[in-house]
Ligand binder design. Structure first.
Ligand SMILES: Cc1cc2nc3c(=O)[nH]c(=O)nc-3n(C[C@H](O)[C@H](O)[C@H](O)COP(=O)(O)OP(=O)(O)OC[C@H]3O[C@@H](n4cnc5c(N)ncnc54)[C@H](O)[C@@H]3O)c2cc1C
Length: 493
């Protein structure tokens, strides 16, 4: 029992990556930590599916800034490589367009230049390199203000470190939307489309979000993309092994959690058992938290105003052939990208969507039999809009047709097994309100300032981490979010 009769110093609600990271960080500080998770396993969106000799990661497939995972092991003086391994993957993505154009984007500058010069021109290749230099300088100048630190408040506007960055923050990059910024820098419509796609890395609309997000490609194309040995799920497995070496208590299958402020701390009822904790870290979507766990209608109504990021429809296909045309990451672009985003953020399932194919068996042979491939095929869909069975069938046929037209391969009779994840599945399995992949969208210039913060203004001891709060969704940001929460607790208790 810790001070004032609290059974725990910290109760973390939600055992996704962010909740696991927050639990570890607080444990390291000496807190008695309890982690409550509603599912029967940890990991949240980093779930996996197995069928015969095939394995799929159900959620994230793109892994950047792996040192943020390593940090968790290093915190406990452990060698991260004893827990999980990963490799830099120079080939970033294969791009396919309707007119037959195809090329591979690399994180190695020479290879990238060569490929872009051959596909477009030397000038276009130079424009991409200039773009990436600018992306790096923006990231280095303001990344820490927007990503590494608690959310900026209006009162921070006159702090010297913020003032120093005004030229960047208030630059034309900020005032234009990402698409306008890209049109100004890249000119070629295919490259503009390609760099607009980085807006989807936080589930947002490139025709609305700030041009400052042109810093996102810096992570993938300058710093590189990685892939863990054994797939993305191995990140969770490694962290779970680390947790098992600590005295963090985990309770799975906690379907009914209620929290209320009490005695200067929190009374938590979980599956009928009551406990008192000094503080609570919410590591689930904050909308779900206010709606189901910490019933606060005022705060809920405030959160509901926020526009949601996109959701997705993902097909998991066991393919009965090895197609060398399909690499680890592949994109088949739609012809009218603006219309696609108008539909997604206008609440319509896009009729002609861009298709993302992830095939981990390209570099992880154990994920599929020798003559097969494990395809994860995703299209972006609106949050809160469930595709009908008919639409799912139509989109499946659309994808098979597009693969034939764009890539030149026939898969119709090669799909041995299939499953899918829809917006409703993502919502019910991971608790993300409306199945949004990244919490709120960044579809306005002020979106970063409006995002839910990491600390409750009303309740001392209530903190928020994970994809729906500051600094945003995606593996690197949810890990940063846990780090920010840990620091806030150290500073404010
Ligand atoms: C299909 C898909 C593709 C993606 N692609 C990428 C990618 O390529 N790269 C990338 O970086 N990111 C990607 N993302 C986003 C990334 O997965 C998330 O931002 C990140 O995993 C969120 O982690 P989290 O810990 O905040 O939340 P989650 O992983 O959602 O974890 C939340 C946890 O809380 C639990 N929970 C929910 N409600 C309750 C409750 N009431 N009581 C108790 N527990 C509860 C859930 O069961 C879950 O375990 C993708 C997401 C999806 C779905």
């Amino acid at each position: 029992m810790s001070e004032l009769g609290f059974t725990y110093d910290t109760v973390v609600i939600g055992g996704g990556l962010s909740g696991m990271a927050a639990a570890l960080r607080r444990n390291k500080r000496g807190d008695k930590v309890l982690l409550l998770e509603k599912n029967q396993k940890l990991g949240g969106k980093l779930d996996e599916l197995k069928w015969n000799n095939f394995r799929w990661d159900k959620g994230p497939s793109l892994f950047t800034l792996p040192h943020l995972v390593d940090e968790l092991f290093e915190l406990f003086d452990k060698d991260p490589r004893q827990y999980f391994k990963y490799e830099l993957h120079h080939e970033n993505c294969r791009y396919y367009y309707q007119d037959g154009t195809k090329f591979i984007l690399h994180s190695d500058e020479n290879q990238r230049r060569l490929e872009l010069s051959q596909t477009f021109s030397d000038q276009e290749a130079n424009a991409v390199e200039d773009y990436l230099i600018k992306a790096a300088s923006t990231y280095n100048a303001i990344g820490d203000l927007f990503i590494d630190e608690p959310k900026l408040q209006w009162k921070d506007a006159l702090k010297p470190k913020v003032l120093k960055q005004y030229p960047k923050v208030l630059s034309s990059q900020m005032l234009r939307n990402l698409n306008r910024f890209n049109e100004g820098k890249l000119k070629h419509p295919k490259l503009v489309q390609l760099f607009n796609r980085f807006g989807t890395y936080n589930g947002s609309n490139p025709y609305k979000m700030s041009g400052l997000y042109s810093m996102i490609p810096h992570l993938e194309l300058n710093l590189g993309t990685y892939f863990p040995k054994g797939g993305m799920r191995s990140i969770v497995d490694g962290i779970e092994n680390l947790i098992s070496e600590t005295d963090i208590e985990i309770r799975l299958d906690q379907q009914q959690i209620r929290v209320e402020a009490k005695n200067g701390g929190f009374l938590i009822n979980s599956n009928g058992r009551s406990i008192l904790s000094k503080r609570v870290i919410c590591a689930i979507d904050h909308v779900t938290f206010y709606r189901k766990i910490f019933r606060d209608n005022k705060q809920l109504n405030r959160s509901l105003v926020e526009e949601r990021s996109s959701s997705g429809l993902v097909f998991y296909w066991a393919i009965d052939q090895k197609f060398n045309e399909i690499g680890l990451h592949n994109i088949l672009f739609s012809e009218d990208y603006k219309k696609e985003f108008d539909q997604i953020f206008g609440g319509q399932i896009p009729e002609n969507p861009t298709i993302y194919i992830h095939n981990s068996s390209a570099i992880e042979p154990s994920d599929a039999p020798e003559n097969g491939q494990n395809w994860f095929v995703m299209i972006n869909t609106p949050a809160g809009v469930q595709p009908t069975e008919k639409q799912i069938g139509q989109l499946r046929s659309f994808i098979v047709d597009r693969v034939r037209q764009f890539v030149g391969i026939e898969i119709e009779n090669k799909i041995l097994f299939e499953d899918h994840w829809t917006m409703k599945d993502i919502e019910s399995i991971t608790g993300s309100y409306q199945g949004a992949l990244y919490g709120g969208a960044f579809n306005s210039k002020m979106a970063s300032f409006k995002r839910h913060g990491n600390q409750s203004k009303k309740h001392k001891g209530l903190f928020f981490t994970g994809g729906s709060v500051h600094p945003g969704g995606g593996i690197p940001l949810v890990l940063k979010s846990a780090k920010i929460v840990d620091q806030l607790i150290e500073e404010h208790g």
